[in-house]
Ligand binder design. Structure first.
Ligand SMILES: Cc1cc2nc3c(=O)[nH]c(=O)nc-3n(C[C@H](O)[C@H](O)[C@H](O)COP(=O)(O)O)c2cc1C
Length: 420
């Protein structure tokens, strides 16, 4: 792979890239989305490993396509050519605030993920605030294919933010799916479903001015015809890929509401760009069923990966174990995955709050057996790698190992798209 030296302004330790800029604009207009930047006294906001000062090697920007305008047919061809050039990834790490950060993405990639999204980044804060950029967006040359996701409600601010990351990613993604109160207050995410002209202009402006393709992540409307009109509008506006979370804006609880795979299939049938399906992926059998049912080009998984980052390598938690000879102890457990994750965090530093969150989620089953260890973790105001490694060893010594189970699921050539 062709490499290039970054300028000192883009330097990163141990081949980790952190974005910096020579300017240091005021952060006086920060939104609640960046509240954590203002609480530096909290040790959970500190980086978990120190940043060095050496220059980093990162991939040269990919030979991306010239920006729009081009004909609709040409755009479709480009969308597919780009997707194929990336290896037609089918198993993707979904965007997750505070949870799909670099070391976690790298762990999932080791265990079968073909591509990954960053957590949602706030486009205005990202374009204005150097500290936010350097804390919240890191990458490295192995971290590809990569979707960098932003929330936005101003086309020009979004473009400014996107320009800063386009050399280091394969798609700039817009989050049109966030249903949280903070998104309502900030007027972004799924609340833009009430303002489709703004949605259209966000996509159009980005697609017309970036060299990297634009993708979107959406939720469905209660009425299928609205979802289809929405998806077609996004494609016409210049989206080169659409990821569909098959729940409505009001269906926030993923455990309570099943994702609507029929709606995802309808979107896939209606669009001509690659479509990804999101929702109800708990193990590889779900991946297979989802790809077959929807005809989608790939799947995104979020909550399941947090508990079990090895899901795309065929591992299942106890909850999804089936009776039968083929369901054996896979020789891997969540404590092993935590140790691997901690080592990746030493290599690719992130704020401790992210480390703490992953340790809780990956070791949830173990903590249910030994809640006293969880209590000890909660009492630790300031974490260290040494303490965490020691905690995992103590959990193992206490016994009651919870293995991950392994089952082979052949995806085969599941549904190559007719558009491809
Ligand atoms: C901790 C967490 C953080 C999330 N953050 C984002 C985000 O930053 N951007 C986004 O588009 N979706 C976000 N989501 C939603 C997921 O990407 C995904 O759409 C949703 O969880 C449904 O997928 P699942 O059924 O596999 O969990 C988040 C989900 C979780 C659990």
């Amino acid at each position: 792979m062709q490499l290039r030296r970054l300028s000192p302004l883009l330097a990163s330790p141990r081949r980790r890239l952190r974005l910096r800029s020579p300017t240091n604009p005021s952060s006086a207009t920060m939104s609640p989305g960046a509240a954590h930047l203002a609480t530096a006294a909290d040790p959970d906001e500190d980086l978990c490993a120190s940043a060095g000062a050496s220059e980093a090697e990162v991939p040269a920007p990919a030979p991306h396509l010239p920006p729009l305008p081009v004909s609709a047919e040409e755009r479709l061809e480009r969308a597919w050519a780009h997707w194929r050039r990336l290896g037609s990834p089918r198993l993707l790490v979904a965007p997750m605030v505070d949870n799909s950060e670099l070391p976690f993405r790298m762990l999932c990639r080791r265990y079968g993920a073909d591509a990954a999204y960053t957590p949602m980044l706030h486009s205005r804060i990202f374009s204005e605030n150097e500290k936010y950029r350097s804390m919240e967006f890191t990458t490295c040359k192995e971290d590809r294919p990569l979707f960098v996701q932003f929330c936005a409600n101003d086309p020009d601010i979004l473009l400014q933010a996107a320009k800063k990351v386009e050399p280091y990613c394969d798609y700039v993604d817009i989050n049109f799916g966030c249903p949280q109160r903070i998104a309502r207050r900030g007027n972004y995410g799924a609340f833009l479903m009430d303002n489709l002209p703004l949605v259209k202009s966000l996509v159009q402006n980005l697609a017309a001015n970036l060299h990297v393709p634009v993708s979107v992540k959406i939720r469905v409307f209660p009425r299928l015809e609205d979802t289809l009109a929405y998806a077609k509008m996004l494609e016409e506006a210049g989206a080169s890929l659409v990821a569909v979370h098959g729940r409505t804006r009001d269906e926030k609880d993923g455990k309570k509401f099943r994702a609507d795979w029929d709606a995802i299939k309808a979107v896939k049938d209606a669009l001509r760009v690659p479509v990804l399906a999101n929702g109800n992926i708990r193990h590889m059998e779900d991946v297979k069923n989802c790809l077959e049912h929807t005809g989608a080009d790939g799947v995104l998984s979020a909550e399941t990966l947090l508990e079990n980052p090895a899901v795309f390598a065929g591992f299942r938690t106890k909850e999804w174990k089936e009776d039968g000879d083929e369901n054996g102890d896979g020789g891997l457990d969540q404590a092993d995955l935590v140790i691997e994750y901690l080592k990746l965090c030493e290599q690719y530093p992130v704020p401790w709050r992210m480390v703490r969150s992953h340790v809780h989620k990956m070791l949830g089953d173990w903590f249910r057996v030994h809640p006293e260890v969880r209590e000890e973790l909660n009492k630790q105001n300031k974490l260290t790698f040494e303490w965490l490694h020691d905690m995992v060893m103590r959990l193992k010594d206490l016994g009651g190992r919870v293995p991950l189970y392994r089952k082979e699921t052949a995806l085969g050539q599941t549904l190559a798209s007719s558009n491809a």
